[in-house]
Design a protein around this ligand. Structure first.
Ligand SMILES: Nc1ncnc2c1ncn2[C@@H]1O[C@H](COP(=O)(O)OP(=O)(O)OP(=O)(O)O)[C@@H](O)[C@H]1O
Length: 738
């Protein structure tokens, strides 16, 4: 660790939101640059800073500050410099000169201890003196708080958030119940709070700790997609986390129920525990779906005649199920259409659109991801947006309480809403969508119920279908054109659990047998660089490697390292940044790994003027790193449709390399070609459902590289990862079907 001392000569850069700054420090004639989070440092202050010395390729030597402290200005000259800098609100250069002239070396002590004496200076009223004293005290409080928080290992950045939220109450919170931080402060979870609590001497069996641990287990479950957990499982996991016995948890469960933090419902003699947010989200969805599900009274003859007319006009012959789907959509407030690839969903949507157009009704189309929306637009020839955009995301707050411009107070202005790829819609997005509709509008949900469920919590499409409360049309026939595709035919075989033998002459379902990870990676790189781009007429960048796992030689993490080395190796012209365990480099393919509703994006024209702008970058969005700027500490990523987003360096953990991504994260996306490296793996993961989702992501070509045995084992493995959700039960309850 290096220690530097000196006056802050100037603030070179400061991000006002988080206090991240570049400071120029002077001691005599020598200048040093400090970088770090300094929310409370002003020009003219005397600082002792410690940290690591780095050499920046452009800006030279700089100290990455880990801790720092102030020395109050002790003589007239340094006090004048400090006060003239504007560090204290209400004091400018002229006033600073008068104050220092009057009190000399004693100025700083007087400001802190006898601030009323400032009124002795010409031009300072007693009111102004008190205002200045308030500003001095505010600065002192912030510093004290930061020093206090430092003892608990809390970084400056987090310290600022804590201070802003609790102000003077923070001492009490930290000493008595630091677990409150996990409730109140974004970025603090149970683990950080628990670490602080142990430093504050809070006992492992404290009530607060147990409550917080139980909520943490539920929150983790939500992160994995569950909206609830069986009581036993919750207790076991909490016991493992907290290291306390189950007996001591029972009372805390009661407390949490009384405090309305959790809800417990019994289902087939098993107690299911929900966080209140998940429970009430599912309940509200159930009620709103019921309100929307009204039947119209148009006669089936009338509908059939109109469908016939469209078939003639468009020169197609729908099959019976497709006709049924159209007539259900016409006659119901809510209709669900589900089917696998090539079963004519898009053709049905097109007919539905035509039907309503002829009736003079307004129609809106949307899908959960940018890619799916784009595909919907291309397939129907009508405008289609992401659901977030449809609902006019305004960029406020987080999950569960996302703020949309369209809601019950300002519903969508339309007669019909059609959503594609509904299997990807989680409970929060579904609730937001329903809030923007009013009974009397028609909602048509289209998706493939056999795809993996949404990344976010819930099992919305499946729960709705299996509730048996709404009109559902299942499309099953694979049409002739689609039947020529091995991707589609094999996908259906996989879904039905039928064995698929790799067929040597296949044009779109290729199997490259390799029996060790090194050879698999080698073959994958050859496919990506040389073979596939020409074959499917796309760039390497658009071809996607999908893998079931995160860990292991063929997991996302290691594959990305190998693929980055092969496709975007180090180059003196490319800036880099180390993010956790990987290196981010200009030109890298990356993915956003959490929903960020506040992130701003812009689409620029060739003169760098904004053509379009908005907020929101979502889990699974893919882009390219365009610039890494270590001076402003920002990374520019360009997402699909030219949306450019600037990340601060510390936000880089929202990004991951995406040369390879998990099949889970690829849901709803479609790529010209997909490469699936398959060679063993945990049985829980390696199942039919996952393989089906992976294979159906490919438009023109699937390449499986690896072991036929693993491939066939996956088809045989019906065991799905259990997802606990309660929407089906809530729907049955509101319909009194339960
Ligand atoms: N009634 C029909 N008669 C003849 N061909 C049809 C009919 N319906 C759909 N098809 C054809 O079947 C193929 C698949 O249809 P479509 O694209 O509508 O299915 P999809 O379910 O949307 O597929 P995916 O999910 O793979 O996009 C297309 O080539 C389409 O033209």
């Amino acid at each position: 660790m290096v220690e530097l001392q000196g006056y802050i000569d100037r603030i070179v850069f400061r991000n006002e939101e988080n206090g991240y700054s570049v400071l120029c420090m002077k001691e005599g004639n020598k200048e040093e640059f400090l970088v770090g989070v300094f929310p409370d440092v002003s020009e003219g202050e005397y600082l002792t800073a410690r940290g690591e010395m780095n050499v920046h390729p452009i800006y030279g030597k700089q100290l990455r500050v880990q801790e720092y402290e102030f020395t109050a200005p002790s003589d007239a000259a340094s006090t004048l410099k400090y006060l003239s800098s504007g560090a204290i609100k209400g004091i400018g250069e002229a006033l600073a000169t008068r104050i220092v002239k009057k009190f000399g070396d004693d100025t700083f002590r007087i400001m802190e201890e006898e601030p009323e004496r400032l009124a002795e200076v010409k031009g300072i009223s007693m009111r102004k003196a008190l205002e200045i004293s308030g500003a001095v005290a505010g600065k002192r409080d912030l510093r004290q708080a930061m020093l206090f928080l430092q003892q608990y290992g809390i970084t400056q950045n987090l310290g600022m958030k804590i201070y802003n939220f609790y102000q003077g109450r923070l001492y009490q919170v930290i000493r008595e119940n630091p677990y409150k931080l996990a409730d109140d402060i974004d970025g603090v979870g149970f683990r950080i709070a628990d670490e602080i609590a142990s430093k504050a001497g809070i006992l492992p069996d404290s009530d607060f700790r147990i409550r917080s641990g139980i909520l943490y287990v539920l929150e983790q479950a939500t992160g994995q997609g569950h909206t609830c957990l069986p009581m036993d499982q919750l207790m076991q996991e909490a016991r493992r986390l907290l290291g306390v016995e189950i007996d001591s948890m029972n009372d805390r469960i009661m407390d949490l129920i009384m405090d309305k933090k959790i809800v417990v419902k019994t289902k087939e003699d098993i107690q299911m525990v929900y966080s209140s947010v998940s429970y009430y989200t599912e309940l509200t969805i159930a009620q709103m779906l019921k309100d929307l599900n009204i039947k119209d009274t148009i006669t089936s003859d009338e509908i059939s005649a109109k469908i016939k007319a469209i078939e003639t006009e468009q020169d197609i012959a729908l099959d019976d199920r497709q006709r049924l789907a159209v007539s259900e959509a016409v006659n119901n407030g809510l209709t669900i259409i589900t089917g696998g690839p090539g079963t004519g969903k898009t053709t049905t949507i097109r007919t539905i659109i035509r039907y309503f157009e002829k009736e003079g009704l307004d129609i809106l189309l949307a899908a959960p991801t940018g890619r799916a929306a784009k595909r919907m637009k291309e397939a129907t020839g009508c405008e289609a947006k992401t659901v977030h955009r449809l609902l006019e995301l305004s960029g406020m707050v987080g999950e569960g309480a996302t703020s949309f411009g369209r809601n019950e107070d300002n519903p969508l202005e339309t007669d019909v809403v059609i959503i594609d790829e509904v299997s990807m819609v989680d409970i929060f997005l579904m609730k937001s969508l329903l809030r923007a509709l009013v009974p009397g509008m028609r909602l048509i949900l289209v998706g493939d119920v056999n795809q993996l469920p949404s990344v976010g919590p819930g099992n919305v499409l499946r729960d709705m279908i299996y509730s048996d409360a709404f009109p559902v049309v299942r499309l099953e026939k694979i049409f002739r054109q689609a039947a020529e595709s091995d991707i589609i035919m094999n996908a259906h075989r996989i879904n039905a659990g039928e064995m698929v033998e790799p067929r040597p002459g296949s044009r779109d379902f290729l199997f490259i047998k390799r029996d060790n990870p090194g050879n698999i990676i080698g073959a994958t790189i050859t496919l990506l660089k040389d073979k596939l781009p020409n074959y499917v007429n796309s760039s390497t960048r658009d071809i996607q490697v999908l893998t079931p796992m995160r860990k292991g030689l063929l997991g996302v993490e290691q594959l990305n390292v190998a693929l980055q080395e092969a496709l975007n190796p180090p180059d003196p012209s490319k800036q880099e940044l180390t993010v956790g365990s990987f290196i981010l480099r200009e030109g890298d393919k990356v993915m956003q790994i959490k929903n960020n509703y506040q992130m701003e994006w812009k689409v620029l024209n060739s003169y760098r003027m904004p053509l379009d702008e908005g907020v929101g970058v979502f889990n699974g969005d893919m882009g390219i790193v365009r610039e890494i700027n270590s001076y402003t500490e920002r990374i520019t990523v360009e997402f699909e449709e030219g949306r450019r987003v600037e990340y601060e360096f510390k936000q880089a953990e929202e990004l991951e390399l995406a040369y390879a991504v998990t099949i889970h994260k690829s849901q709803g996306s479609e790529y010209p070609a997909v490469i699936l490296p398959l060679l063993g793996g945990p049985r829980m993961l390696m199942n039919r459902n996952l393989l089906y989702t992976g294979v159906t992501r490919a438009k023109s070509c699937v390449c499986i590289v690896g072991s036929v045995h693993t491939f066939q084992e996956m088809i045989a493995n019906e065991q799905e990862q259990k997802r606990y959700s309660g929407l089906k039960d809530r729907i049955k309850e509101v319909y009194e079907l339960a």
